[in-house]
Design a protein around this ligand. Sequence first.
Ligand code: ADP
Ligand code: MG
Length: 445
Amino acid sequence: MASVDPALWERIIQHVVTQGGNIIRPWFTQLEPVSLEHGLLEIQAPGKRELDYCRRHATSLFTEAAQAATGRLVGACFLSPAQRRNVEEGTYQPVEPAAASAEESVPLGGDYTFNAFVTGPCNRLAHAACLAVSEGPGKTYNPLYIHGSVGLGKTHLIQATCRKILERQAETKICMLSCEMFVNHFIESVERGQLHEFRYRYRHADILAIDDIQFLSAHEQTQEEFFHTFNTLYQSQKQIILTSDRGPGQIPDLEERLVSRFNWGLVAQIDRPCYETRVAIVQKKARLRGVDLPEDVTCFIAGTVESNTRELEGAIARVTMLAQVTGRTIDLLLAQDALGGPSAPARREITIEDILNAVTARFNVRLADLQSRKRSRSIAFPRQICMFLARNLTRHSLEEIGGYFGGRDHTTVLHANRTVENLRGADPQLHATLELITQELHAKA
Ligand code: ADP
Ligand code: MG
């Protein structure tokens, strides 16, 4: 198998570092090039979650980087460590069986502990409240509602809280999941006639922790269900913890009775970290990753990246990756090369129109047919592909996507997504077509 020339990998990483913007994650330093052969660059991701992330968000970044570094039409794809072994043994399967999303609860992983959380004026209240809840669940603030914009530590805090509760009381039944998982689980349970199991599961929890509750917006039926779950748990003094990107009253299309319940306990907001907190965060993250950052580099990073903590982490990763592949020591010059260069131009977002154009061209169907209620396979299948692409490449909700295609509801979109996902796993031709369309869409965006 053709291994990847280290000098080439270095050029690829340099491209990723300068162009990757907020796609970059701290564990990118653990990506390993496996092979470059027949126009395909295979990269190993360190674990399952990282693999999912790369496939969803980093494929086009690495494809662009590989094309820029080689000057050829190379595609990038990601493998898990197990798949890599299979590649080496010649038993490679391109797609692993998809896990049933709703059954999977969020693993309490990584650095998401109280010890790893840096406090400052921006998050002191939220942190103290979480700590209090972890020490006396159901007794202090119920519900606890944490809100703030993206990348400011909401998921970190909710996970740290649940983890601490488990450490103190290992038998506690904790349901911790994203709101999207809750909604999907509810929809699936209704479809399969398993509402009873659904209710049992959530109404018998000791702790219900739901991340990104704003996702309930406009899911009327799930709101109704959640309302009853909430009441049951609240009445038996079980702890409820919620996070959101906005305050309770600012979630569009959220029933008033839920808004008022969200305000019953404590609502704590997290703001963007100030400079001193950013310095402390950079120091802590570098220490956690075993990276030695000189003081001037720490200050440079904290001074350059102001938006949120996730981007601070991304900046440390960029600096580390550049040092790793070039063999340079980490100093101010290197940090400037990693962060200071011309920043990646903001990508235009892919729109549903772009997807419609690409699919109508490739599958030779008319736009009007895609948006009609016709069900013949020659139309239904391209329509499902549009829904799949819209679900994976845009931020539109399931309802919005359904709305574009003749007012179909969200379960149709979910179904289309699953169908295409399954077919793709079984059909390399379809897999390649989807990759190609995705690349074209990114190239135009
Ligand atoms: P959110 O859920 O608010 O979008 P996350 O909890 O996912 O944000 O945080 C993004 C990243 O920033 C995570 O890796 C998290 O560990 C880190 N982070 C955020 N705030 C802090 C903090 N105060 N101290 C340490 N790390 C933080
Ligand atoms: Mg989050």
